[in-house]
Design a binder for this molecule. Structure first.
Ligand code: ADP
Ligand code: MG
Length: 242
């Protein structure tokens, strides 16, 4: 069964139709990379999956459950996903460990001892076990983003949503975050990510989806969509990046 299934997603802001008709299936362990021009709706799509936006039409299924049903508990659904943003959004007044345990303890009512154990395991996974008591400001941007990724993984989510997670980083710090994501993919983590890094997209994507005009205009293996795009608009988008 697919971890995630989107069918006929439609989302407008006022008169501006951002997502017209988006359908997407993500199998367990698959890494899907969304590409597309700025403003094409990549972030909006991830936000719809995470219920930060309410879709106008269509269905989002997580492990076969329709999570767009108004009766679902959004916090419970979000506990089964992790989301990471371009700006890491860590709380500066909390330690690294407290940043990671905050949501499990406050929102999901996990016992503190258990949340702490999970957080230490997540920090270990991102290679920052020794930074548990540091403050975010004491870390580099790359380390802060790795903490944000640890925070997103603390509940052992079914799915990670990663929105331009390297865009705010100095170039020399991008590599450590990409290496971490590559490792998570090799561990079998199911992921959807938006990126402008085509080299990275090529190395991690099981499927690349080009979003244009509110639809996924072209999709397929990275070497096909990035290397030999069929659609003229995909070709134009990629040629502008060179
Ligand atoms: P991308 O991530 O591909 O750059 P976004 O999903 O951020 O694109 O935005 C798609 C379009 O939707 C843009 O035109 C943006 O201005 C608009 N948009 C996004 N969020 C909102 C919002 N909350 N209110 C109004 N317009 C929005
Ligand atoms: Mg965006």
């Amino acid at each position: 069964m697919n971890v995630l299934s989107l069918r006929g997603i439609r989302k407008s802001f006022g008169a501006h139709v951002v997502l017209r008709d988006v359908s997407l299936e993500v199998a367990e362990g698959e890494c899907v990379v969304l590409i597309g021009a700025s403003g094409s709706g990549k972030s909006t799509l991830l936000r719809c999956v995470n219920l930060l936006e309410v879709v106008d039409d269509g269905v989002v299924e997580l492990d076969g459950q329709d999570i767009t049903d108004p009766r679902v508990n959004a916090d419970e659904v979000r506990s089964r996903m992790g989301m990471v943003f371009q700006s890491y959004n860590l709380f500066p007044h909390l330690s690294v460990l407290q940043n990671i345990t905050l949501a499990p303890v406050r929102v999901h009512k996990v016992a503190r001892a258990e949340a702490t154990e999970w957080a230490r395991a997540a920090l270990e996974r991102v290679g920052l076990a020794d930074k548990a008591n540091a403050r975010p400001d004491d870390l580099s941007g790359g380390q802060q983003q790795r903490v944000a990724i640890a925070r997103a993984m603390v509940n052992s989510p079914r799915l990670l949503l990663l929105d331009e997670v390297t865009s705010a980083l100095d170039p020399e710090l991008v590599g450590e975050v990409l290496d971490l994501l590559q490792g998570l993919r090799e561990d079998g983590m199911t992921m959807i990510l938006n990126t402008h890094e085509m080299g990275f997209a090529r190395s991690v994507a099981d499927e690349v989806c080009f979003l244009s005009d509110g639809v996924i205009l072209e999709r397929g293996p990275a070497q096909q969509v990035l290397g030999a795009p069929q659609e003229e608009r995909t070709q134009r988008f990629l040629s502008r990046l060179l």
